[in-house]
Each structure stands twice: as C-alpha cells, then as structure tokens.
Unconditional design. Structure first.
Length: 352
C-alpha cells in the first residue's frame, strides 16, 4: 500500500489495531457475562460491537477517500491500476476486520444471552422459586395457588372474612383459604374440645378452629390489643354462630400461655395454632408444648417464609427466627413433625 499510494500506512495500522483491541475488550465482557449471568455486560458488549463496526467502516471509508484523491492525481493507466488495487486491498481489509468483529461479538453475545436464559430456567426450577409461588409474597393469581384455592372447600363466612381481611393495613397477615379449611379438618380429626390460637388478627384462624372444635368446645385466642380487626372478627364469629366458643386474651401471648400453665391447664389442649411475631416462635412453641396433651397438635404458620429461609444472604430478624424454630423442631425428640408446603409453609408437630 505504501509503495503505490500516499496513504499513511502506520496511521491505517493504528486504526485497525484499535478495532482489534476493541473487539478483544468486547469479547472479555461477553465472556464475563457467561460467568456472572448479568445483562449489563451483554448490553455493553453490543455497544462495543457497534463501535468496532463503525470504526472499521470509518477506516475503510477514509482510506478509500485518500485513494480516490491519489487516483485523480495520477494519469497513467499503470498508476491507476495500482491505486485501484491498493484501494480494493484497503476496503477488503476493512470488511474483514468488520466481519471478524461482528462474528466474535455476535457469538459471544448469543452465548451470553443463552447463559442468562439458562440461569433463569434454573432459578425457576429451584426450590426457593417453587416455594415462592405458594408463599405470601405472591398473589392468588399464581396458577398452582389459584388451582389449590379453587379446589378447597370454604364456608361463605370464611370467604367473606378473607375479603374483609384484604382491606386491612396488613392483608398478607390473614390466613389463606387453604389454611382455614386445613385447621378445621385438623381440629375435627383430633376431636378437639380445647384449642389455642396465638395471633388472632381478623379472626380467620380463630374462626376455623372454632368451627372444628366440639359444640361446647373452647378456643383461647391470644392478641396484643383490641382494635378494629377484632371488631371485624367478632361480627363474623357471630354470623358463624361460634362467638360463645371463643375467648380472646388481650396481652402478650407468652403471658397468656404462662398464665394458663400456672392455672394448671398443662396437657389439656388438643390443638394450637401459632401465627404471631416470628421472633418469639420458639417461646410460643415451648409454652404450647406444655399446654397440649400427648397426641395433640401444634401448627406453626409461615415456616417457609416465602422461600427466604433458603436465601443465604437474607439474615433479617424474622428470617433468622423462622430458620431457628425450624431447626429447633426438627431436632426435638418430644414430637413427630412435618413441614408442609401449604400456603407459606405449615409445620405440624404432634406431641409424643
């Protein structure tokens, strides 16, 4: 090229060296995308690819202009042919570098994007994702949760109270339809006459237990204070005709449970449901274990905690508390327990 034209070969070489280096940088970020599974490197890779293409094209165009200028200056046929030959060589080199840049960038970007898709598929197959579908972080619009809800019996009074609970400040605190029916079935299955409900809120779990105990049975509810939610609960308890079976104690739950123990009621309850502040779950469990009879059941809600129990980066107070009670019960030889994936996770412990 330097023999036939006035083009500065060193300058052209520097341009193409820049393009090759740009392609190398692009390839690095694209491969980084394979390792991290992030969309940012893929996007940056595409930007660098476009830059490489434009740079190569610009160099080729610039060289073509310089060659055309030399073509105008020369007059002999021999010189014209030499210039044209050199021009074709420059444009060919530009096209080659451009193609190479596109090929490398295209391959790495496609592979990187496939890696992202693969990672997302693996996430969807992971236990935490499956748990999250049924957890309280999700709405009932999730296919599996909706299917389960549609195929679960529910009384009109329960359905009405669920709808009222959704209007409260903390709608996710209310028991699900599956949970309410499940509690009623369990209470009936053990022939319950006395039940404990730790955490009343709008009274869904309390109502479910009251519908499951014997006609003259009793449900002791534990709630911190009486508020509008309790008023909503009482209206529905009355509609269901079970308000005389329910007695709510307004004070810290641990205080109420200890008072029952001090009153000599240990071993007299058939079933207990715990759905209150998570940091005290172990305390509530231990107190209920004293109050429940041999063969009786203790049910704890939210023991999957929307899948957060599997997230090693989540060390929030509630998540740690749920992990703690799960391990505590698993290692407890005083009970026979199972952790079910119903709703947000239910642990059932039968006292031995």
């Amino acid at each position: 090229l330097s023999l036939y034209t006035s083009v500065d070969v060193r300058r052209v070489n520097r341009f193409y060296t820049f393009v090759v280096r740009l392609t190398a940088i692009e390839a690095f970020f694209s491969n980084y995308c394979l390792i991290k599974g992030s969309s940012m490197p893929t996007t940056l890779s595409k930007v660098l690819t476009h830059g490489a293409v434009l740079a190569a094209g610009g160099v080729g165009l610039g060289a073509a202009i310089l060659l055309f200028r030399d073509l105008v200056k020369t007059g002999s046929t021999q010189e014209v042919m030499r210039v044209v030959t050199a021009g074709v060589a420059v444009l060919g080199l530009g096209a080659g570098v451009t193609y190479y840049s596109c090929y490398v960038a295209g391959c790495t970007c496609v592979v990187g994007e496939k890696a992202l898709v693969k990672k997302e598929d693996e996430r969807k197959k992971s236990p935490s994702f499956k748990i999250q579908l049924g957890g309280k972080d999700s709405e009932v619009s999730d296919p599996l949760r909706l299917y389960a809800s549609e195929h679960t019996h529910s009384r009109p009074v329960i359905t009405s109270l669920i709808q009222e609970s959704k209007k409260t400040r903390y709608p996710t605190m209310a028991s699900s339809q599956e949970t309410t029916t499940f509690l009623t079935i369990l209470a009936r299955a053990v022939g319950a006459t006395k039940a404990l409900d730790i955490g009343v809120f709008t009274g869904l779990s309390t109502l479910s237990l009251a519908l499951g105990v014997a006609e003259k049975g009793k449900v002791i509810g534990c709630e911190l204070k009486e508020d509008d939610n309790i008023g909503t609960a009482r209206r529905h308890w009355k509609i269901a005709g079970v308000e005389d079976r329910i007695d709510v104690h307004f004070q810290p739950a641990a205080t109420t449970l200890q008072e029952l123990i001090d009153a000599g009621e240990s071993g007299t309850f058939d079933i207990a449901f715990i759905d209150a502040d998570k940091v005290n779950y172990v305390t509530y469990y231990e107190l209920c274990l004293k109050l429940v009879r041999v063969g009786g059941l203790i049910i704890l809600d939210n023991t999957l905690w929307s899948g957060h129990v599997l997230d090693p980066s989540d060390n929030s107070e509630n998540t740690v508390a749920i992990r703690l009670v799960n391990e505590h019960i698993r290692n407890d030889d005083r009970v026979l327990s199972v952790l079910l994936t119903i709703s947000d996770g239910h642990t059932i412990a039968q006292k031995l």
